[in-house]
Design a protein around this ligand. Structure first.
Ligand SMILES: [Zn+2]
Length: 152
């Protein structure tokens, strides 16, 4: 089902820590060593204090659906076979301005194709799950919390 998808580059020095943690099923975001600002996605420099020193902070992996979309006609042909699927933008519980994008799943271990937009609403609670796509790639996905599911 997920063969031939374009995979991210995981050895870039800016975001290697994110992908390495994903392989351990841990969500991390950057923390500026200068001003302590948390930021995501990974960037080489802090947008607040311009420090280029940063570390990684482990997040709970819990959040709320901030937005979602069902691409009717994906831009990349490799994703055509997966349609319909839902991609969510999730605000992390630690800070609502930290948002992580990923496919939305109805249950742990669920299928990327198993969700319909009419089962979702903004603000639903989700938790992260990592799907292994390659030796060096674990894709962050979002799983609806049982209390937040609708229309099953
Ligand atoms: Zn900073």
């Amino acid at each position: 089902m997920i063969n031939d998808l374009p995979l991210p580059v995981t050895n870039d020095p800016v975001d290697h820590g994110f992908w390495a943690s994903a392989l351990q099923s841990q969500l991390v975001v950057q923390r500026c060593s200068g001003c302590r600002l948390l930021r995501f996605p990974p960037r080489p420099m802090c947008p607040k204090c311009q420090s280029s020193d940063s570390g990684w902070q482990v997040m709970s992996g819990r959040g709320k659906v901030w937005s979602f979309a069902t691409p009717a006609s994906p831009l990349l042909p490799a994703f055509e076979a997966l349609t319909p699927y839902v991609t969510a933008v999730v605000s992390l519980d630690e800070h609502e301005d930290l948002r992580v994008v990923g496919p939305l799943l109805l249950a742990p271990g669920g299928d990327i194709q198993g969700v319909r937009a009419d089962q979702l609403s903004i603000g639903q609670a989700v938790s992260i799950e990592f799907k292994r796509l390659a030796d060096d790639v674990a894709l962050p996905c979002w799983v609806l919390e049982p209390s937040g599911r609708q229309g099953e």
